[in-house]
Design a protein around this ligand. Structure first.
Ligand code: HXC
Ligand code: NAP
Length: 285
């Protein structure tokens, strides 16, 4: 889909880049010539991802054991990264989430998820942003949100409020820092199978079938589809896109929001026939 050197010379940090969608995006960036930095909390997982990605692409991957909730660790990571030179792109992908009725959530549960998704994104973005502004370095930030950042969603309230904050930050800083050469965009994916997300959000297999059925395209998104969109958005080819959230969900949220979408599953063929306009008979004279 892209020229091989689309991201040549770009230095990209993907938070949570050792697993799932972060790893798939990182792989695509490497294939397109970027050098990659990834962080996460689990050292073993990071080391395995580093070996796998380098073997698959021949690119350079540096890994950092860093909890994005800890601002001091984030600053230390950034100091180390900046010794190689400034980053060009930040992908805020690290997240935490689980299904739970809101009345059953502890304050600690809110703090855990909001700490990763919202405060983590703020820590990493501020650490990069301050350095970029000081150096006058052009850069871009891609935030991985989700469709309920805009709509809200029951049963995932800590994630919903945190992702809404990240979307708001995307739009706010696109305007505030745009004129200083820093673009901000977001991708709102619908469900894409990963161990991290599906083990927590679709713990019962039947939930997967229900989710597919609900989608206008009748399937989940793929890692390749997300990775290609992300590559475009961090590339210079998308240089005039700033402050946008691109929805990549097969039309799922529109189906949920539109007034009559349920009729497709509800009405039988006979019922559709019964409400069809009847053909007029005779000449009418
Ligand atoms: C209720 C829960 C809970 C659950 C944890 N808690 N899991 N409460 N239901 N299932 C509570 C704990 O009791 C604790 O409360 C507090 O949350 C912190 O839990 P810890 O396990 O100590 O936290 P920590 O080890 O920091 O783990 C963070 C985590 C975990 C978010 C809870 O799930 C995690 O590490 N997730 C990272 C990966 C991930 O979630 N990936 C999926 C992203 S998918 P107390 O009161 O004791 O402090 C995604 C997709 C969105 O975002 C869109 C899909 C379409
Ligand atoms: P995932 O594999 O669980 O990815 C989450 C990553 O974040 C993990 O690598 C995890 O690594 C890291 N992480 C979590 N807490 C962290 C912390 N405190 N500090 C640093 N890293 C941390 O799940 P995924 O499905 O690929 O999700 C990736 C992104 O896509 C998330 O932003 C998610 O909200 C979004 N998304 C996913 C879907 C989907 O259907 N998959 C849909 C919409 C949006 P450690 O545990 O080792 O720290």
């Amino acid at each position: 889909m892209f020229e091989k050197n689309l991201l040549a010379g770009k230095r990209v940090l993907v938070t949570g880049g050792a697993t799932g969608l972060g790893k798939s995006m990182g792989k695509r960036f490497l294939e397109l010539g970027a050098s990659l930095y990834i962080c996460g909390r689990r050292e073993q997982v990071l080391a395995e991802a580093q070996a796998e990605l380098q073997k698959a692409t021949g690119g350079t991957v540096k890994v950092f054991s860093c909890d994005v909730r800890d601002n001091q660790r984030v600053e230390e990571m950034m100091n180390t990264i900046w010794q190689d030179g400034p980053l060009d792109t930040l992908v805020n992908n690290a997240a935490g989430n689980f299904i739970c009725r809101t009345e059953d959530l502890s304050i600690g549960a809110f703090e855990a998820v909001i700490g990763i998704v919202l405060m983590g994104t703020i820590h990493v973005t501020m650490a990069c942003g301050k350095r970029w502004l000081k150096e006058g370095h052009k850069a871009s930030v891609l935030n991985i949100t989700t469709t309920y950042a805009e709509s809200g969603s029951p049963y995932v309230l800590p994630s919903a409020v945190a992702k809404a904050g990240v979307l708001n930050m995307t739009r706010s800083l696109a305007v505030e820092w745009g004129k200083r050469g820093i673009r901000f965009n977001a991708i709102a994916p619908g469900p894409i199978p990963t161990e991290g997300a599906f083990s927590r959000l679709m713990p019962v297999k039947s939930m997967e079938e229900m989710a597919k059925k609900r989608n206008p395209l009748g399937r989940f998104g793929t890692h390749e589809e997300l990775a290609d969109l992300a590559a475009f958005l961090i590339s210079d080819q998308s240089g005039y896109i700033n402050g946008d959230q691109i929805v990549m969900d097969g039309g799922e949220w529109l189906k949920g929001a539109s007034e009559f979408s349920h009729l497709g599953d509800l009405l039988t063929e006979e019922q559709w026939q019964a409400i069809k306009p009847k053909k007029k008979t005779g000449s009418g004279s």
